[in-house]
Structure formats: C-alpha cells, structure tokens
Design a protein around this ligand. Structure first.
Ligand SMILES: C[S@@+](CC[C@H](N)C(=O)[O-])C[C@H]1O[C@@H](n2cnc3c(N)ncnc32)[C@H](O)[C@@H]1O
Length: 382
C-alpha cells in the first residue's frame, strides 16, 4: 500500500515517453481485463518521462514490476494525482481514495436515499465516534456522492431517528445547495417533497406500485389516513377513476399534497384534509359525521401506531365492510403473524373482525430486530 504518509499521494510507474505505447501494449496483453492502471487519475508528463497511475495495491504494483523488469526501465514513484475529469466513479470508496486515509473506509455508509436531487446519508452513529476528524471525512463522502451521482445537488446526514407525530427526522447539511425542497419522480408520478418538514421515503416505491396496481372499483371511495405528500393517493388516482380522501396532520405535508395533486395528471379525484384523523371521532365533527360509513378501502401507513387508529378506520368503513391495507412495525421472529394477531385482538375490541386476508408480508426490514409488515384484509362487523 501507499508507503507515503501523505494520503493524497498515489503510486505511479514512471518510464521514458518513448516506451509509453510498449508499456500499455504489454500490460494489456499480460493482464487482459484486470485493472492495473488507476484510470481515476491522469498520466503525468514531465520532460522525457511519462508516469502512469497504478492501483494503490501492493499486489498490483509487484505484478507490474515483475512483468516489465529487464524489458522497460521504470521507477515506482508516489505523487499527488490529477483527477481525470471524464472519469465516472463507481463507488464512494473509489471516489474518496486519495483524499481520505484508508482507516476511514469501514465507516463509509453502505446505502443512502436519494429523494429528487437530494441525497440523505446515514453514518452508523456509534461507529467512528473514536475517529478524531469524522466531520472532515463526512464532507469527503458527501462530495464523493455528488461525484458518482451527478443529479445530486444537496447532501444531508440523518442525525436522529424518525420522531414526533409528523414522523420527521433531523438532518444536518453536508454539501451542495443548502435547500430541503425537491421534486421526486416515482412510478410515473412527480412529488414535491421537503425532506426536512415532511415525511417521505423512496424505499416504499415497490409497495406503492403494488397498491396502485390493484383492482379498484369505478368510483371506489378510498381513505388514505396518513397521506403525507400523497405518494399512495396520487399513484392510485393516476391510474384509476377512484375518489381518494387524503388526510394528514402536518400542514407542510398537506400544502405539498395540494401541489402534488396539481402537478400530476390524474384520472380520479383527491380531496385533501389537514386534520388529526382522531378528530373525526369527535361527536361534534361535521366532517366525521359526513364521512362515516363512506369508505370502501382504507390505507393505514403509520407503522409505529396504526393500531391506535383502527377505531377511526372502523368509523369510516362502509356498513357492508371493506378493505384495509395496514402497515405495522413488528418484532422478529414471525413478524407477519404478530401483526395479524395484533390486528385480530384490537379489531375484536371494536366488534370488527378480519373476514379474509388478501395478502400479508414483510415489506422491508426496518431494523435488525423489527420488520415493516403489510396486511391487506377484508374487514367486517362481528
Ligand atoms: C409514515 S408517514 C406516511 C406518509 C405517506 N403515506 C408516505 O408513504 O410517504 C405518516 C404520516 O402520517 C401523518 N400523521 C401522523 N399522525 C396523524 C394523525 N393523527 N392524523 C393525520 N395524520 C397523521 C404524519 O404527519 C405523516 O405525514
């Protein structure tokens, strides 16, 4: 590995310019598709010499030395590389090479979310805390992310879990344009999202496609109880002539939901409400009275505590029953069975029952011990 302590120096093989083509032919012939040269950097030219950047790996350097020893005069040197502007980095690790010491590599986030032109990184919070200069490292990772994904204009770091009734997390700015509003495309729809003031996760893209691709009856009444900026509601109504009543307690989510209704060409209709859906149970709520027993189908995407809102769902459901898509965080093992049991127990208290389970499955892992589970079911009175 790089013996020099200067992390910005990389190995080069320096040869006479006149031997340049011979060297390239030789390594092409000997190493075929194996990558020997570090194409991230430009070859360096100085007087009679040309220096080709090598992969910063002792095994690679030794192979090259063995291959040309006695054939071409050479010298291995360590120098600061000039980044090749045309080069497309394949990973964050590759992009930070030469800028950040190798000791930081285990702390590179394995995944990140991209919402519109904003990237959100998560560094393992306890990991790396012993490294003195972690903020400098985070800045390099953020710039590397912009480099490998040219559409990214802003990078934030997650600095808290999702919390509060609006389901928001704290974000700290790392690089690019310091803005939190963006436009995100998903399943042929476009959404304005403010990553700081509204909840949105791109990780439900397939789940929303699954729900929006179901068979809906013409003019079916759907209640999206926790609509956010509208990804479920809008994707359903984009494809189906249905009526969606979309609720959210967060005024920022509600305002963007209205924008998003206008941004997308929709077949059906969406009526947005900025309320706490519990208020629909209030005997003095006119809206609660007018929506009572109107829903054919209800979406309950508040996995932390959708169970606490089953009473609202039962209030809204048609007397003849209907369909519920319920999301829960459930502990392993057997998270799906646990979710179904939880539903059965709580619906029983309300004098309702699961008539038939249409589908039940893990949508994604939420944490090492907990999964996000969906249960689609027909519900009726006992
Ligand atoms: C997990 S997010 C889901 C948003 C959206 N369905 C999505 O897929 O992006 C839950 C949403 O429920 C809203 N919410 C939480 N409690 C609520 C309540 N009591 N009444 C109405 N909305 C609520 C939050 O503001 C948040 O936008």
């Amino acid at each position: 590995m790089n013996e020099s302590n200067d992390i910005s120096e990389i190995p080069f093989i320096r040869i006479f310019k006149k031997n340049g083509q011979l060297f390239l032919n030789k390594i092409k012939f000997l190493f075929k598709n194996e990558s020997i040269l570090n194409n991230k950097f430009e070859p360096l030219l100085e007087k009679k010499f040309i220096s080709f950047p090598l992969k910063n790996d002792d095994a690679v350097i030794n192979k090259v030395k063995d291959a040309i020893e006695g054939i071409i005069d050479f010298q291995i040197i360590f120098k600061k590389g000039i980044v090749n502007k045309q080069y497309k980095f394949k990973s964050i690790k590759e992009a930070i090479e030469g800028h950040v010491s190798d000791k930081y590599h285990p702390f590179i986030p394995r995944s990140y979310d991209i919402i519109g032109d904003i990237a959100i990184l998560e560094f393992e919070r306890n990991k790396g805390s012993f490294i003195e200069d972690i903020s400098h490292f985070k800045g390099h990772v953020a710039k590397a992310l912009c480099n490998i994904n040219r559409n990214v204009k802003t990078v934030f770091e997650k600095t808290s879990d999702v919390k509060g009734s609006y389901r928001l997390r704290e974000l700290s700015f790392l690089c690019g344009e310091n803005k939190s509003l963006t436009r995100h495309k998903e399943n042929d729809c476009v959404f304005e999202v403010d990553v700081k003031t509204t909840f949105f996760t791109p990780r439900l893209v397939f789940e929303r496609k699954r729900i929006a691709s179901m068979d809906f009856n013409l003019n079916e009444n759907i209640m999206d109880l926790f609509a956010g900026v509208g990804p479920f509601s809008i994707q359903i109504v984009k494809k189906n002539r249905t009526n969606v009543f979309a609720f959210d307690i967060n005024p920022n989510a509600y305002n963007l939901l209205i924008n998003n209704i206008n941004l997308n060409k929709l077949k059906g209709s969406i009526i947005p409400f900025n309320i706490d859906i519990k208020s629909l149970l209030n005997p003095s709520s006119e809206l609660g009275a007018s929506l009572k027993n109107k829903a054919d189908r209800i979406i309950m995407n508040l996995p932390e505590k959708s169970i606490d809102f089953l009473d609202v769902a039962c209030h809204l459901l048609k007397k003849s029953g209907g369909i519920i898509h319920n999301y829960q965080f459930s502990e392993k093992p057997n998270p799906v069975e646990r979710s179904i049991e939880n539903l059965k127990k709580n619906l029983g208290i309300l004098n309702f029952k699961i008539q038939e389970i249409i589908e039940s499955k893990i949508v994604k892992q939420f944490s090492p011990k907990v999964d996000l589970v969906v249960v689609d079911f027909l519900i009726n009175r006992i």
